[in-house]
Design a protein around this ligand. Structure first.
Ligand SMILES: C[S@@+](CC[C@H](N)C(=O)[O-])C[C@H]1O[C@@H](n2cnc3c(N)ncnc32)[C@H](O)[C@@H]1O
Length: 203
């Protein structure tokens, strides 16, 4: 997506961890959803994971095969610095998910607040193509987006707000909707953002 890398590199260069709206001290809901389906030996990828602490939480829970992908190399460097020696236990990929050709599969695909930035159908299709290559039947997909009553913008960029049924339709017949949870995310400065966590299974 044109301009996307520069935008995110600037965000992560200019702002501290608690200066971005999406920051969570712990990724409680994501971890609970993942643990409900996948065990520590199941490979997990956090797409657009950025500087999220989900990787810390997964490592602490004993997950052995964790990958974090993000368009911003700076965000990944931040997470690696935070984790210190533990960082070598995860795999780090700097890539635009819409231009990425996965070379392996994961049991769990997790995305919090990344797909919702894809406002063009062609980019959404490219994301779904990467998702399909990166998963096998039975894989679990968790995609958290702003809800229909959530904000229209994130990080100064327009987003598409989704409910789970519409998101499942957009992903197509290859994915079956298995769950949906709403979340009122409280930003570091105390405002509320309504998210939907959509859970699907690869057919
Ligand atoms: C709102 S942040 C959410 C970060 C993280 N998932 C979390 O919950 O803390 C969006 C993230 O998606 C990344 N991103 C945006 N567009 C991307 C793309 N096309 N490919 C890969 N990552 C992307 C950004 O660099 C940023 O880290």
């Amino acid at each position: 997506v044109t301009g996307t890398r520069d935008h995110w590199e600037q965000v992560y260069r200019d702002k501290g961890e608690t200066e971005v709206s999406w920051h969570q001290p712990r990724s409680e809901r994501s971890l609970r959803l993942i643990r409900a389906t996948a065990g520590p030996t199941d490979p997990v990828i956090d797409v657009g994971g950025g500087a999220s602490r989900l990787v810390d939480d997964l490592l602490a829970a004993g997950y052995e095969d964790i990958t974090v992908l993000d368009i911003s190399a700076t965000s990944l460097a931040r997470s690696r610095a935070r984790l210190g020696a533990l960082a070598d236990r995860a795999t780090w990929i700097a890539a635009d998910v819409t231009a990425w050709r996965p070379e392996r599969t994961w049991r769990v695909w997790h995305d919090r607040a990344v797909f919702h930035f894809l406002t063009e159908i062609a980019d959404q299709d490219a994301y779904v193509a990467a998702l399909a290559r990166a998963t096998a039947p039975g894989a679990m997909v968790v995609i958290a987006t702003f809800a229909p009553d959530g904000p229209a913008m994130c990080s100064g960029l327009p987003v598409v707000r989704w409910d789970s049924a519409a998101l499942a339709r957009r992903l197509g017949d290859g994915f079956r909707l298995t769950g949906s949870e709403r979340e009122e995310h409280v930003t570091p400065w105390g405002s509320v953002q309504r998210f939907v966590y959509t859970v699907l299974e690869r057919r």
